[in-house]
Design a protein around this ligand. Sequence first.
Ligand code: AMP
Ligand code: ZN
Length: 113
Amino acid sequence: MADCLFCKIANHEIDSLVLYEDDEVLAFRDIDPKAPTHILVIPKKHVDSAALLSEADGPLLGRIFSVIAKLAEDEKLEKGWRVVANVGEEGGQTVGHLHFHLLGGRQMYWPPG
Ligand code: AMP
Ligand code: ZN
């Protein structure tokens, strides 16, 4: 997707603070962190949102969640952490490329706003 911000980050056309990368997945620090640890984990392939995931994406999602667990360990979030995927306008999604927020380092509250 030529005009997609996270595709450009995945292709290294736009700089980001990369914490993990393989052929399918990229993890980088959120530019406007909402917690002491705020990392975005994305598939390199363009997917609009979690609404478009199917069973065929199971291996990719497994890889993404194992990366998230490893990053949580690296960030020493042993007291707990949160994973969020915002979907669509009412879900609070502002970038139209699937991404999972890994948040931690402070107390999280429920329900989210
Ligand atoms: P969402 O609102 O769920 O779509 O999340 C998009 C996230 O992308 C927000 O937390 C933004 O702070 C973050 N973001 C936007 N632009 C960049 C960027 N260039 N590098 C890193 N994070 C970004
Ligand atoms: Zn994209």
